[in-house]
Each structure stands twice: as C-alpha cells, then as structure tokens.
Write a protein that binds this ligand. Structure first.
Ligand code: 5RP
Length: 231
C-alpha cells in the first residue's frame, strides 16, 4: 500500500468510528478537509436511513459537501450549543494541542469548536507528534495592512509565507489571507498563540489549545481512541 492510500484508509477508519458518536437529535459541527470528507459521506448515508441531525458547517466547501449528502444545515447562530464537532487536524502533540488550518478554515473551525460540548478530531497516524511545529502554522490575517504583519512575522523569525492557490493569493471564506509560519518546533504554544493574537491584523491562529476532547487515530487497519484526561 503506498503512503497516500494508507493515510486515506486510516482517515476513513477514524471517520467511520467518529460517526458512531453521533446520536439522533444532535447538532453536529462539521470540520473541513479530506478526513472530514469521509465522515460527512458516512453521516449522509446514515441520514438517508433515518438519522435525524442538524449540522453547523465550518466552510463553504463543507457546506456544499453536506448539502450534496442530504445533511440539514443551520447557521452557528441558530444553534444554541453544538453537541459534538468532528474535525481533522494537521498535527496533534502529546498534550492534545493541535495545529489546524491546512485547509484554510481555521477561523470558523475554532469558533465551531469553542461552541461545542465535545470535540472529536479524526486523523491518520502521521499527524501525531511530540511537539508541534513541523507543519507550517497557518494564521489568518486581514488584507488591510498585511505587509506590516508580514514584516513583524519576519522580524520575529517566524518565516511567513503568504498562501497562494495556483498563481493567485489564497483567500479564506471571510476574505482574509493565510500566512503559513515556519517557527520550527514550538516550545511554548500558549505564549506563541498570545503573541500572535496581539498583533493587529491577525484574526486567528491555527493553534488549537485545550480544544479537543477525543482523538481518533486511524492506525494501519484499526483505530485508537484517546480521551484527554480531565484536568
Ligand atoms: C482545515 C483543517 C483540516 O482539519 C486539517 O488541515 C486536516 O485536513 P485533512 O483531514 O485533509 O488532513 O484544519 O482548515
């Protein structure tokens, strides 16, 4: 099995397991990305055979996918509280902190996650790391004055790269830029998150700290379910 196929199989297994936590009547947060794709497909199948759920989407991409799978959507403001959110991640460290935003949806993903009673992340094994930072850290930045923010990131040795799609700038669903930072392995995720958020023009970072409750890791032909110890 080549690496891509193995990762896809692991993503599929993790996604299938996560859908087992979805119960009738729940409001579900739907993340964004290739792993969530499998979860939405499976949930769509369950809806066709009678599962009653409503979902809050984290991106235009997920909205289209959910609609084509027959899943009813409501806006985040119609949902008093989200029962359970299922999302992917780019990296997860041993303390259950994560980097997200590889798919550019980090802002809505974070808002949906913070509005959820329970957050499940579904990943293939390659996403599990000791320390965050190998994966570029996405940060959402408003277009107004973005060169100033770029300069600040550069001066702090964060090695920013403005994300592009084909030959044009990539814009998020909110019309902002994504700056992919390369800080190296991150010693203090909380401090970095605060430092980044204090820069005017930064909307949100891809550091998800104290967000996830349960990680479902696809590993070869099985899954590992890891619950965050309650503090
Ligand atoms: C999108 C995300 C995704 O959850 C993350 O990039 C993982 O994606 P995939 O499941 O395709 O590996 O944060 O903004």
């Amino acid at each position: 099995m080549n690496t891509d196929t193995k990762q896809n199989e692991e993503k599929k297994l993790a996604a299938a397991k996560a859908t087992g936590f979805v119960k009738n009547g729940m409001i579900i947060g739907l993340g964004t990305g290739s792993t969530v794709y499998f979860a939405v497909q499976i949930l769509g199948g369950l809806v066709k055979t009678g599962l009653k759920i409503r979902a809050v989407s984290t991106s235009d991409w997920t909205t289209r996918l959910a609609q084509s799978s027959g899943i009813s959507l409501i806006s985040i403001d119609e949902a008093n509280e989200i029962d359970l959110s299922i999302d992917g991640a780019d990296e997860i460290d041993k303390d259950f902190n994560g980097i997200k935003g590889g798919g550019g949806a980090l802002l809505f993903e974070k808002i949906v996650a913070l509005s959820s009673k329970r957050n499940i992340w579904i990943v293939d094994e390659s996403k599990m790391v000791q320390k965050l930072g190998d994966f570029p850290l996405p940060v959402e930045v408003i277009p107004f004055g973005f060169k100033r923010v770029f300069k600040i990131f550069s001066e702090r040795n964060l090695n920013p790269v403005i994300r592009k799609k084909e030959n044009s700038y990539y814009f998020t669903d909110s019309g902002n830029f994504i700056f992919d930072l390369h800080p190296g392995l991150i010693d203090d995720v909380e401090q970095l998150n605060v430092d980044l958020k204090l820069i005017n023009g930064v909307v949100e970072t891809g550091l998800f700290i104290n967000v996830v409750d349960t990680i479902i890791v696809g590993k070869n032909n099985s899954v590992n379910i890891v619950n965050k110890p309650s503090s």
